[in-house]
Design a protein around this ligand. Structure first.
Ligand code: NI
Length: 226
């Protein structure tokens, strides 16, 4: 499931974040890439312990916690602290896979990268290229969203960032371990939740609202890994 989450931040909030990122302490992104990825990776990143990255990362996490669509679609167990990247002057990140397991900085635990997320912070008309392309069994999906909007996609997908041939692409990216390992299970539960919510709005007293909600939670019980 590839899901757009519109307006995680308003365009005014995104503009404020962008102005902070424009003056940030960017470093070569190859330093955090594996051997295979480093061959196709050209961008800049903020060090994970950079105070601005920590501050903005926390703002993103707080916003995600309040976002009903994200919570329902991701059913997050834990989220890696958000990282930030910048592409300009023809930079790109060719098709690659993300590591399946990542260390959580400063903690002994590790995280399985079930889901990837990108939050866009540059307005699409200010740069050319820079589409995130996610490849799944239905083909390639191009994503280039307004500043403040985000996309959630399975960590299992091959993906790339196309060359940025004009302007600057600023974004945050990070990974999520879900309570549900399988994308197919998450997709089913998300569809079911959306349908239950609609039924609850339109027919609040219908007995099926309660019955279907019970089925939903029992499916989570079947599949969740705590
Ligand atoms: Ni990647």
């Amino acid at each position: 499931m590839l899901l757009e989450i519109p307006e995680l931040f308003t365009s005014a909030e995104a503009a404020q974040i962008r102005s902070l990122l424009e003056q940030a302490n960017w470093r070569d992104g190859k330093s955090t890439a594996g051997e295979l990825s480093a061959q196709v990776k050209q961008n800049a990143q903020l060090p994970q312990d950079d105070p601005l990255a920590v501050e903005l990362g926390n703002r993103i996490l707080e916003r995600l916690g309040q976002n009903a669509v994200f919570m329902s679609a991701a059913l997050p167990r834990r989220i890696l602290p958000p990282m930030f990247n910048r592409y300009t002057g023809g930079q790109s990140f060719g098709f690659h896979v993300d590591n399946a397991v990542r260390h959580i900085p400063g903690q002994p635990e590790r995280l399985r990268t079930d889901l990837s997320m990108t939050v866009f912070f540059a307005e699409p008309e200010t740069y050319d290229g820079g589409e995130l392309v996610v490849r799944d069994t239905y083909g390639d999906h191009e994503v280039k969203l307004p500043a403040g909007s985000a996309v959630l996609y399975p960590g299992t997908s091959l993906h790339e960032v196309r060359p940025v041939t004009r302007g600057v692409r600023l974004a945050s990216f990070f990974w999520i371990q879900s309570l549900l390992r399988a994308d197919s299970h998450r997709s089913l539960l998300f569809e079911m939740d959306v349908a239950i919510q609609r039924l609850a709005r339109e027919q609040p007293n219908h007995p099926s609202v309660l019955e279907l909600t019970n089925v939903y939670h029992n499916l989570v019980r079947q599949w969740a890994e705590i």
